[in-house]
Design a binder for this molecule. Sequence first.
Ligand code: SF4
Ligand code: SF4
Length: 368
Amino acid sequence: MPTSLQKTLHIFGNALASNRPYHVQWFLTQRCNYRCKGCNVWQVKTQRKELGTEDVKKGLDILKELGTLEIVFSGGNPLLRDDIGEIIEYSSRYFITTIYDNGSMALEKIDALRKADFVAISLDSLDERKNDHVKGVPGAWRRAMEAIKQLHNEGIHVGVSPTISQFNIDEIIDFTKYFIKLDVPVWYCLYWYDQPRKKQLFKIGKKVNEFEIVDGEKFVKVCDSLLELKRKHEGVFITEKTLEVLKKLFLYEKRAWKCQALQSFFMIDPLGKVAGCHLQEPVASIFELPEAWNSVKLQEHRREYEKCTRCAYLCYIFYSLYSDAKSNMEILFDQWKNIKLLAHNFLNSRSKRSINEMGKSKCKFGVE
Ligand code: SF4
Ligand code: SF4
């Protein structure tokens, strides 16, 4: 079992190397227990087949050889898998491992989450009624808030992840201030809908008029306020460079990044099929990737994707901006305050836990 030092060395070694798929998102399952309005996952006929535990581990071994730095497990809800604890434990030996939950399963699977580097709970509003409207499930807000509170108190690196849309754009700054005051970091998704394709890897974004961002100027003001918040406080995980690029997109419709799909990042579906992003067709299975990675076929896809303007999903912009050794080091400088926050949370977790156990803590989250 590698030590934390070995993991750190592995991550730094790969961050400084070139031609690596630094960021990988693995849709471990298509199953989901929520009914989010802006999501296609629960609406398409459920693909029940998924790779088994040992095959997922084999896939992770391959990613290690390819030089991947970080893995994000999502779905569907990846916590619906019975083997999720084993997968997180295996993945977190070498990769910065993040797992998404809609807030419904985190408490039930809390022991599985202890090994994850980050747990992202999706929550779209401080207003219970609004959040439950987006999620399509009554009680979603309350469950998510309870999960965030409990995980934070137990020293698990939990963050909250709102999807910015026209529906909640007016409250994103207050939302962010609320959570950073509680030492819970915030990172964002950006609402975008898929223009469906026959052979796309995985269907996620569904067109919903009330979510589509139509007020570009307002969005730019949100970016400016986040930049200001970032300079003063810890806990805002989006980088300055990403915010500046988003401003250019919404102000001038200028795409100030070149898509690096299948270069610095790619996606894997529940069956192990690999595509540059979820909107593109599969190009190989994870087990074929070591041979395929430097093939002519994948080089052709890369050239095609560099010119693609089909989407502006926030994670893909981020992965494209941080796609070489120099930009990987820039993340460290950008996130310096947040690294301190994570260390602080970790060191405080034990004392917080014992205070809670004694029942003396005042709940700052507003859920008892
Ligand atoms: S957005 Fe996530 S939680 Fe909501 S239905 Fe889709 S996969 Fe499930
Ligand atoms: S811009 Fe990049 S991430 Fe978006 S659809 Fe095209 S290839 Fe995929």
